[in-house]
Ligand binder design. Structure first.
Ligand code: PRX
Length: 631
């Protein structure tokens, strides 16, 4: 047995012994009584009885040895700012933010919604929340008012932290009007909005509700806010993600299990050491940003780069110049970003000294072989694919080079990570597939390891129904991804089993987009599918039936209507969810019982065989789709 196989086996067979050892990687104020309480499956309670604090582990703990070392490196190529915070400075800023939140009435267990661009204050706000036991809920800044409103109503925040604007590709994106609109749409009204004014767009504060952060920060310049020790199982945050239904799910994470899982992953997967620099190009609005811009690197005592801007602006060398300047040892990005860089001159990478960099980790969507080969060659460094989900918070499949160096295989994120008992299940029977190279649903036997979701925020029933009930008679966690495993234990991910799509590494629910398009006054009915795209991995394509078909009678009419449908999606959900095309048909392909045949539409759009169509109501409907996409 290889060292890794043994390590993995022990994590499953001697679960408590294994995780008790990993738990020593973090500080506990009160030691835990038990490693894992799985007396009420599928709800796992990690390290019950223990008391700790995420912010303490990310910040305060390092003051003794590395107060003056870099902690947070903020680089914005949008506003041309660069600012480095040492651990001591980060500690001071987090306390100012924590004191400001407390002054606005935030208490332990309260939710704080963070709707912000990639600026240091967003990191301070997250850390300030976990410092005082408040539960943060970061909403990606690319989401617009309707998306934001549904998250406000679900999280019911006491305070929202926001900013006047973000900036993308040199264009200012005002956040404040979207936030105001979202609050007016939401049934829940936050008591206060804490505004960071970057001076990018003028705005009028709402009297009695909006507070200026600069003023509060000044008042609390010297206020000390000690960490609130919380139970290991205390929720640290919720993060909304898309699923099959239109309503986003609040993935709820604990405190102790998450801190341990991240600390262990920094050691065994990312091989990052204290005093080094980590650069993740994600956004704090996504799970990668939570785990590997903010908490993971800081818990490991590493400096973390927070980058606001595009990968190719001012030029395609920008990321590599940061690697050189800050001696980045570990980098994390998404295949989409690499595909963007691939279109640029590869000389950009060679201009800089990349000798500090040990590996580039990629995740969030399938890593295609040409992209993997191109970047491996261009960088001359190991490229490590890793597969996971918002729900798990850290990798399910990868190569754990910190345990044992192992080769990668093109197209495979690697093997099951320690702590995860990964199975492939037969779709119809739910039986575990034991032979290699059989296609099945990727599933995880409970308990999920530390760091994974505890439940769906305020909806235990939905947690059980959504994730643990897809196999009759068996309680097992479904990832909703298809996969196969080869004879060496390497998995290959083949795409989602549900209606979730992945556009440029952003996870979106097609149902959410359909709901938004349906609100357009001209639209009677719509189907949205994900279609393969060489740059973005997938793009959303919509097929809509109009209430009055004559509205799209001419090509010019159809174009104008398409643009107005896209505008609705932009305004409600955000440009991130905008379909690449909106096509008009007179009828949608459905089964005789009225179910939309999204898979058949998707297959036709991708030039594949749509499969068995015997249950289809009207074959002419699919022909229309074919004619439109030129199939
Ligand atoms: O379909 C899988 C795909 O992205 C989904 C999870 O997206 P999200 O919740 O945004 O979490 C991203 C965390 C990195 C998965 O269900 N996915 C993620 N990583 C990979 C992947 N597909 C193939 N290969 C990957 N490495």
């Amino acid at each position: 047995m290889t060292r890794y196989a043994d390590f993995h086996r022990r994590s499953i067979e001697d679960r408590d012994g294994f995780w008790a050892e990993q738990a020593a990687l973090i500080d506990w104020q009160v030691p835990f009584d038990q490693v894992c309480d799985y007396s009420n499956p599928p709800f796992a309670r990690w390290f019950p009885g223990g008391r700790t604090n995420l912010c303490h582990n990310a910040v305060d703990r390092h003051l003794k040895d590395r107060a003056a070392q870099n902690a947070l490196i903020f680089v914005s190529t949008e506003t041309n700012q660069e600012r480095v915070y040492s651990f001591a400075e980060l500690h001071a800023e987090v306390q100012r933010m924590a004191a400001s939140l407390q002054a606005l009435g935030v208490k332990q267990g309260d939710r704080v919604l963070i709707y912000m661009p990639m600026i240091p204050e967003a990191a301070f706000a997250m850390l300030a929340c976990t410092r005082i036991g408040a539960i943060h809920s970061v909403v990606f800044g690319g989401f617009a008012s309707v998306s934001l409103a549904s998250r406000i109503d679900d999280a019911e925040p006491t305070v929202i932290v926001s900013a006047d604007a973000g900036s993308r590709g040199g264009k200012v994106v005002a956040y404040k009007p979207l936030l105001d609109e979202a609050i007016s749409l939401a049934a829940h009204k936050p008591a206060k909005v804490l505004m960071v004014n970057r001076g990018l767009v003028p705005f009028t504060p709402v009297a009695g509700r909006d507070e200026d952060y600069a003023a509060l920060r000044e008042q609390h310049r010297h206020t000390e806010v000690p960490c609130t020790w919380v139970d290991s199982t205390h929720p640290s945050y919720t993060l909304y993600t898309s699923g099959t239904t239109g309503k986003p799910k609040g993935v709820q994470r604990d405190t102790g299990g998450y801190a341990v899982a991240l600390a262990a992953s920094m050691k065994h997967i990312f091989c990052g050491n204290a005093g080094e620099t980590y650069f993740s190009t994600s956004d704090i609005g996504w799970v990668v940003g939570h785990s590997y811009i903010i908490y993971g690197p800081l818990i490991a005592g590493m400096a973390t780069i927070m980058y606001e801007g595009l990968p190719i602006r001012p030029d395609a060398a920008i990321w590599w110049s940061l690697v050189e300047k800050y001696k980045v040892t570990v980098m994390f990005s998404a295949p989409t970003a690499v595909r963007v860089l691939k279109k640029q001159d590869p000389a950009a990478l060679k201009k800089h000294d990349l000798s500090s960099l040990r590996a580039l980790f990629l995740a969030g969507e399938p890593l295609d072989e040409p992209t993997a080969k191109w970047i491996a060659e261009a960088l001359g460094k190991p490229i490590i694919d890793n597969y996971w989900q918002t729900e798990t918070g850290w990798p399910i499949l990868t190569i754990c080079n910190g345990v044992e160096q192992a080769p990668s295989k093109f197209g495979s994120p690697g093997k099951a990570v320690y702590g995860y008992n990964v199975q492939l299940l037969d779709e119809s029977t739910g039986e575990a597939l034991t032979e290699p190279n059989q296609k099945g649903v990727v599933a995880i036997e409970g308990p999920l390891p530390p760091g994974c979701m505890q439940t769906v925020w305020r909806d235990d029933e939905r947690f059980v129904k959504t994730y643990w009930s897809s196999v009759p008679g068996k309680m097992v966690y479904s990832t909703f991804d298809w996969g196969i495993k080869d004879e060496d234990g390497y998995f290959f991910i083949l795409g989602r089993t549900d209606d979730v799509i992945n556009v440029a590494g952003h996870r979106l629910g097609t149902r959410e987009i359909e709901e938004s398009i349906s609100s357009h006054p001209a639209v009677a009915e719509v189907a949205v599918v994900g279609v393969a795209d060489t740059l973005k991995g997938q793009v959303a394509v919509a097929f809509a039936v109009l209430k009055d078909p004559s509205l799209a009678a001419t090509e010019a009419d159809a174009k104008a209507l398409e643009a107005s449908v896209m505008k609705v999606v932009d305004e409600q959900l955000g440009a991130v969810a905008r379909p690449a095309r909106v096509r008009f048909v007179s009828v949608l392909p459905k089964t005789r019982s009225g179910k939309l045949l999204r898979r058949a539409i998707q297959a036709v759009c991708e030039g594949r065989d749509p499969g068995d169509l015997t249950t289809m109501e009207d074959p002419a409907a699919l022909q229309q789709v074919k004619d439109l996409v030129g199939g």
